[in-house]
Design a protein around this ligand. Structure first.
Ligand code: HEM
Length: 137
């Protein structure tokens, strides 16, 4: 592992190109520029992981021990944890959290639909049953 240099997040995020690509994984900084073309997962994913903490992305893949061994040679130092933004994920505004739940008439209609759906299905089943019986007679 090369040196114990500490980089700020701002510095690391500047290296976000195919020919100059740095990643932050578990507090360490990796210059994977030379590895881009060899990466079995492709260079696009590596590029997409620049400018953020890529620890979760790296872990989610379930990289093997040999991948973890391999990455050591690309480590160029550490990131100053104090400079890494706490939240880098995008909040989808239309999520289903309670504060986004419909209110007023919308909420009332939603509740009604939820209650009515099983009843409608039951009615349909009964109608089909009696239709079948009527046909058989
Ligand atoms: C220094 C960093 C990295 C190294 C050395 C590395 C190395 C490797 C290696 C050796 C493999 C082959 C499978 C294995 O042995 O686990 C692999 C697969 C893969 N990697 Fe990475 N990787 C790095 C970072 C990342 C990052 C940040 C992502 C972002 C999601 C990523 C996504 C993938 C994907 C999608 C595959 C293909 C998995 C498959 O098709 O089975 N890798 N990587």
């Amino acid at each position: 592992m090369a040196g114990g240099k500490v980089y700020s997040f701002e510095e690391v995020r500047k290296h976000n190109a195919r020919k100059d690509c740095w990643l932050i994984i578990a507090g360490k900084v990796y210059d994977v520029t030379a590895f881009m073309e060899e990466h079995p997962g492709g260079d696009e994913v590596l590029l997409a992981c620049t400018g953020k903490d890529a620890t979760a992305d790296f872990d989610d893949i379930g990289h093997t021990d040999s991948a973890k061994e391999l990455m050591r040679q690309y480590c160029i130092g550490e990131v100053d944890a104090a400079t890494v933004p706490a939240k880098l994920t995008y909040d989808y505004p239309g999520d289903a959290s309670p504060e986004n739940a419909p209110t007023g008439a919308g909420a009332w209609a939603t509740t009604l639909l939820r209650l009515a759906a099983p009843l409608l299905l039951l009615a349909l089943a009964l109608a089909m049953q009696s239709y079948g019986k009527a046909k058989a007679e």
